[in-house]
Design a binder for this molecule. Structure first.
Ligand SMILES: Nc1ncnc2c1ncn2[C@@H]1O[C@H](COP(=O)(O)OP(=O)(O)OP(=O)(O)O)[C@@H](O)[C@H]1O
Ligand SMILES: [Mg+2]
Length: 345
């Protein structure tokens, strides 16, 4: 790693980062010795807004993994503290895994000094499909038992993340993976949204369809932003079309308000960047008549995910105990997640 790239004053930071990366290798016979050269790259598994994901074979253990590469620019000021913090979060998740969260096997990094970039390769367990592909390939009407099985697993994974003070912020069918045995795993959290050079894949538009109104209005948000996304995904599981398919950022809120009604009174997010009167007064439509095949308990669960006020919206812990799922919470003490502002995204 080049000293010049980060500057003398940031050497300590870089050493910390290197140490952290080294310690992140979890399991395997010679984890610290693993390098990118140990992986044979196979077919592309997916392309997101921030990078490509490939099937790779670890030549040391002969097993297949998914490799996601994130490219960050290394500024003159060195590696931002926030990157180091985020890597620490990922490190926590390599130590403590959950069956419904994609497990991270190791994180490797390389520095391209000529182009001033750091490449981080996340080696993850490999899954068969993402939920988007899965839903396109299963019969159009899903039995409630199967829907419950999928949603229950998503909620267990989410409760695990929330109890580790991790807010996903970008839950959508493409970021939820499904295996042949219908095990569901949440994926794509951590570094990618914050630090990648987004201009690298400008043809791929980041979808806002699953984003909560308080985030779109740049107001305060908390972990219940993920529950909003879950509500949108539940609708898609039953109806096979997106609930709020806004064509662009400006239209996304109109799309939501047209269906749920323009929020009034305290439902309007506090300190939002746009005033309420910027929008027409939409009265909304009946969600009950808009969904196909949901039982009354499923419908109640779904509606509780789409409550405007984040303080009244159902949280992941409450969701597990809801009549629809009746599941036990993950065995981690629930943590109160601090309120964040949009620019923390
Ligand atoms: N572990 C995995 N196993 C199998 N396929 C995967 C895995 N991880 C990701 N993929 C596939 O690659 C796609 C892109 O991955 P991911 O969502 O992590 O990248 P991204 O660039 O952050 O995408 P975006 O930000 O647009 O959601 C996923 O939608 C999925 O189809
Ligand atoms: Mg993704």
């Amino acid at each position: 790693m080049s000293e010049n790239l980060y500057g003398e004053e940031n050497r300590g930071e870089m050493v910390r980062l290197q140490k952290m990366m080294k310690n992140m290798n979890c399991g395997g016979p010679r984890p610290a010795a693993l390098t990118l050269k140990d992986f044979k790259v196979g077919e592309a598994l997916g392309k997101g807004a921030y990078g490509h994901v490939y099937r790779v074979r670890n030549m040391q253990d002969g097993k297949d993994y998914a490799l996601k590469q994130i490219v960050m620019s290394a500024s003159r000021d060195g590696v931002p503290q926030s990157v180091i913090r985020e890597i620490a979060v990922m490190k926590r998740l390599t130590r403590q895994t959950h069956p419904n969260v994609v497990s991270l096997r190791t994180v490797l990094h390389t520095v391209d000094t000529s182009r001033n970039i750091i490449k981080i390769a996340m080696i993850m367990e490999i899954c068969d499909w993402d939920l988007h592909t899965f839903l396109q390939n299963v019969p159009k009407v899903i039995p409630e038992k199967q829907a419950k099985h999928l949603i229950g697993q998503m909620m267990k994974g989410l409760d695990f993340l929330h109890s580790h003070a991790i807010i996903h912020r970008d839950l959508k069918p493409q970021n939820i993976l499904v295996n042949r045995d219908q095990t569901v795993k949440l994926a794509d959290f951590g570094l990618s949204k914050k630090y990648t050079n987004t201009s690298a894949f400008t043809t791929c538009v980041v979808t806002l369809w699953y984003r909560a109104p308080e985030v779109l209005l740049q107001s305060y948000y908390n972990s219940t932003v993920d529950m909003w996304s879950i509500g949108c995904i539940i609708y898609e599981i039953y109806n096979r079309v997106p609930l709020f398919p806004g064509p662009d950022e400006a239209q996304q809120l109109h799309e939501i308000f047209k269906k749920l009604g323009t929020p009034i009174g305290t439902d309007w997010p506090k300190q939002s960047v746009l005033a309420k009167d910027t929008f027409p007064h939409y009265t909304g439509i009946s969600l009950t008549s808009d969904v196909t095949g949901m039982s009354p308990t499923a419908l109640d669960f779904f509606k509780r995910c789409l409550i405007y006020d984040p303080a009244r919206r159902m949280g992941s812990r409450a969701a597990l105990g809801h009549e629809f799922l009746k599941l036990k919470p993950v065995s981690v003490k629930p943590r109160v997640l601090r309120q964040l502002r949009f620019n923390n995204l």
